[in-house]
Design a protein around this ligand. Structure first.
Ligand code: SF4
Length: 620
């Protein structure tokens, strides 16, 4: 049993999660219904305050402003009427969709002997999440992946769900808020309107994935692809020296509140199986893992790894509901010598483990030689691949070298082989890359990997950002996402320094949300600028509450503003403490505009006067 976690069955979860739970400020949770009642797509609606104006006779009037719809990753945690019981998990919103397809069996018990042993070990009772439903697996001879259905021409409820989610009710937005620069999309094919058929087509051709394991029925489906909104992932997970299950659950809830689209549980310390179960059962977003970490934990050392242990770990995690696996199958034996002259060698945990295994046995990477067997497991539960970049550069000096691109080329081969099994795929990318060398990564990935979604860690644009690496990574992330990356993995301020805590997660998520959003705008994604336009109008009209509520981190914006102007009345001020009342450029510009309008009014009246004959009194 863990030395860190309390008895999770008696823990006061409500108190623990209170800071990251409850509605967003100034916002309503709304649901857009699809073609059936169970397709309820969550969105956040920021309720705006009215604009203060004056009528023709100078009387003050309030002109209403429309609510602004935002993409919402937070799940039921921000729904005012939701009853959250962490011990029971979230409602299985997808379960009926999965069952009605008629292609899964319910298993009487987990297939993995290791999973069975964990579920029956009395010592684990205080940290165990009690099983809530039976394991589902594809019926023999069938595949249950979204790609399989898409290729058969079937639009699943998951596809309809993401089409509504990505559209964000754009057709209801006022034209003034739709003002947008055309952007430069580097060859992406973003339609004006995202339809379920477009989603199906993108998934069928492998250009997008919907990570949605049949055993993770709690998720609100989302899509990762170059022609959709750029997504971000937040890594959580304990290590051998820090954290507990309750802290990791808390980080997950915090991450999705701040905007994480997926969460990777990279636990490598105590109770990995149990930690994951608590996270998955309470996660409305897809969960990714690196199964190798747990396989290593089971055998103790890289050399001891076997295909059998690894395979059992894959099945154990697939039956828990993990939605995507990072698998370092492109680290081939012959590539290891290519890293010999690097400054920092192999920096990926998974990459270094597999390199060590290959050298110890002098054999080809067993993840590569067993690729088809792995694909069959993935297809039986709909787990997507995130093909690992085990040879990514760990410093600028090693960026874009032979080893890195050799692995990327193999990723392309593995992608095509996975598609033969109808398995959904994304490719992982670097790492540490100077800004001017980032585009080459995107160009090669598009060319070699058949336009499968590219998922990158940053990249970090310099090696000297420790303590601020979330900013460093967001700079590289924004650039590569503009070029076409579909999802960027966040980096926290603790990168290279220690295990992130809850606040680091928040900082990392927000920094990368800004990067992803900046990329959407630069690509010209339809509607990407609506939120910015609403913010700019609120700023120009000194609607402070709207400014706070529309920004990426409302709590922080309010806190910063209130440091110097804390009174409620100061939320009406036509200035802030940055420039002060006499030098507020926004206010000066407003006054100029008012003057110009008044002037225009005077000129119009003078013209009318002249047109009427220039007489002071009109003749009857
Ligand atoms: S005082 Fe300066 S920073 Fe503050 S609202 Fe006015 S122009 Fe903007």
């Amino acid at each position: 049993m863990s030395s860190h976690s309390e008895d999770l069955k008696v823990l006061d979860w409500e108190k623990r999660l209170a800071p990251c739970h409850g509605p967003y400020p100034g916002s309503r949770k709304v649901y857009v219904q699809g073609s059936r009642p169970s397709i309820r797509v969550p969105m956040r609606e920021v309720v705006q305050t009215p604009t203060r104006a004056h009528d023709d006779s100078g009387h003050p009037i309030d002109l209403p402003n429309p609510p602004i719809t935002l993409y919402d990753t937070s799940g039921p945690y921000t729904a005012p009427d939701a009853v959250i019981d962490i011990r029971k998990g979230l409602p299985p919103v997808r379960l009926d969709w999965i069952r009605e397809r008629g292609d899964v069996d319910e298993l009487p018990e987990p297939t993995s002997p290791y999973a069975r042993s964990r579920e029956t070990d009395p010592a684990l009772e205080p940290v165990r999440f009690d099983r809530v439903r039976k394991v589902l697996r594809a019926r023999p001879g069938t595949r249950v992946t979204q790609m399989h259905y898409a290729r058969k021409g079937v639009i699943t409820p998951e596809m309809e769900f993401v089409a509504i989610r990505e559209s964000m009710r754009l057709d209801e937005v006022l034209d003034v808020l739709k003002k947008q620069h055309p952007g430069h999309n580097w060859g992406a094919s973003m339609p004006r309107a995202i339809t379920p058929e477009f989603v199906r087509d993108e998934v069928a051709r492998g250009r997008a994935i919907i990570p949605a394991n049949v055993n993770h029925s709690e998720i609100e489906p989302m899509i990762i692809g170059r022609n959709f909104l750029v997504k971000i992932n937040a890594n959580i997970g304990n290590s051998a020296v820090a954290s507990s299950i309750e802290e990791e659950v808390e980080k997950m809830v915090w991450a999705i509140r701040c905007g994480a689209d997926t969460v990777m549980d990279l636990s490598s310390g105590d109770d990995i199986h149990e930690t994951r179960e608590w996270i998955i059962r309470n996660a409305p977003v897809p969960i990714g893992t690196v199964p190798l970490y747990q396989a290593i934990e089971r055998v103790g050392a890289p050399e001891e790894l076997t295909w059998e242990i690894y395979r059992d770990t894959l099945i154990e995690q697939a039956e828990q509901g993990v939605d995507y696996f990072t698998i370092h199958a492109g680290v081939l034996l012959r590539f290891i010598s290519l890293t010999a002259n690097r400054l920092t060698g192999i920096v990926s945990r998974g990459g270094s483990i597999m390199a060590k295994w290959c050298l110890a046995h002098h054999q080809e990477n067993f993840l590569y030689t067993h690729w088809d067997g792995i694909c069959e497991i993935m297809a039986a539960y709909d787990v997507a691949f995130s093909i690992g970049d085990g040879l990514r550069a760990g410093c600028l000096a090693d960026a874009n070298d032979e080893a890195q691109f050799a692995e990327l080329e193999v990723q392309g081969e593995l992608t095509r082989r996975a598609w033969e099994h109808d398995v959904q795929v994304m490719n992982e990318g670097p790492g540490h890359v100077p800004l001017h060398m980032i585009k080459e990564n995107m160009d090669k990935q598009l060319a070699w990997c058949g336009e499968a979604p590219f998922y990158t860690l940053g990249p970090l644009a310099t090696d000297v950002g420790a303590g601020y690496d979330h900013i460093n990574s967001a700079i590289g992330g924004a650039l590569i996402a503009w070029y076409g990356v579909s999802m960027i993995c966040y980096v926290t301020p603790k990168e290279h320094l220690g295990l992130p805590d809850r606040n680091d997660v928040r900082e990392g998520v927000i920094a990368h949300k800004i990067a992803a959003h900046a990329a959407d705008i630069a690509k010209g994604h339809p509607g990407a600028q609506v939120r910015d336009n609403a913010m700019s109008l609120a700023r120009f009209e000194f609607r402070w509450d709207d400014q706070f509520n529309l920004c990426m981190d409302p709590e922080r914006a309010v806190a910063f503003h209130d440091k110097t102007l804390p009174e409620r009345g100061e939320k009406m001020s036509h200035f802030c403490s940055m420039c002060g009342p006499k030098f507020c450029a926004m206010e000066t510009t407003r006054q100029l505009r008012d003057l110009a309008l008044r002037e225009k009014g005077m000129q119009e009246r003078a013209r009318a006067f002249r047109e009427q004959g220039g007489e002071v009194y009109l003749k009857k």
